[in-house]
Design a protein around this ligand. Sequence first.
Ligand SMILES: [Zn+2]
Length: 220
Amino acid sequence: MSMWNSEKKAVLEAAQQMAKKGLVVGTSGNVSMRLREPSGRELLAITPNARYYDTLDVDDIVVADFEGENVEGELAISIEKMLHIGIYKARRKVNAIIHTHPVFGSAISVATREIPAFLDDQVTYIGGEIKVAEYALPGTKDLVDNVISALGPRNSVLLANHGAVSVGRDMREAFTICELAEKTAKIYVCALSLGRVNPVPAQAAEVEKAFFNFIHGDSQ
Ligand SMILES: [Zn+2]
C-alpha cells in the first residue's frame, strides 16, 4: 500500500463530493493535496485526467513531483497540474486545492471582473473580494500566472469564462471554501437582481481581514 494512501483517499473523496454536489459536470474539475516526503521533497496527490469520479479507486489518484511527472500511478494526470503546483509554490500555507466549474461562480466569471467584499463570512474565510483571473486557455502557463496573480493572498478566485479555484490549509477547509465561494456567488447574483449591493462596512472589513491574515498570511 502507498505511504500516501490516506492523502489519496482524501483527494478521491473530495473529488467525488465535488461531482455529487454539482460543482462540476462529468469529468471536469480537479482536486489535489500537497505531500511532503521525509526527505523534504514536495509532491502532490492529484486526480487523473478525464475520468468519471465515481469510477475512480484510491490507487487511481496520481502522485506527481513539482515538475509534473508521475511518481506513483499510471493514469495521465490532470492538464491543470501546473496550476496546482504553481499555487503550492506561491502559497506556503496552502495544502489542498479544488478546481470546479460551479454555475453561479462561472456566471460571474463571464459577466464581471470581481465579486466585491460584501458578506462577513466571505471576508473572514476567503479574505475579501473574489477576483476574476484574466482569460487564458486551460493548461497554459498564462492561465497559471493569471490565476496566481488574481488569487493573491486570498483563498478563492474565479477564472474568466471557465470556473473557480479554492484553496485551504487542508482538504476540509479547501472544500468549505469552495462551497462558501459558490454561496457568495449565488448571493451576489441575487443581490444584483434586487438592484443594490452594499459592501461590508470598511471598519468591519478591516477587522475581518486582519483575522484572515493572522490565520492564512504567509508571514505567520
Ligand atoms: Zn476547468
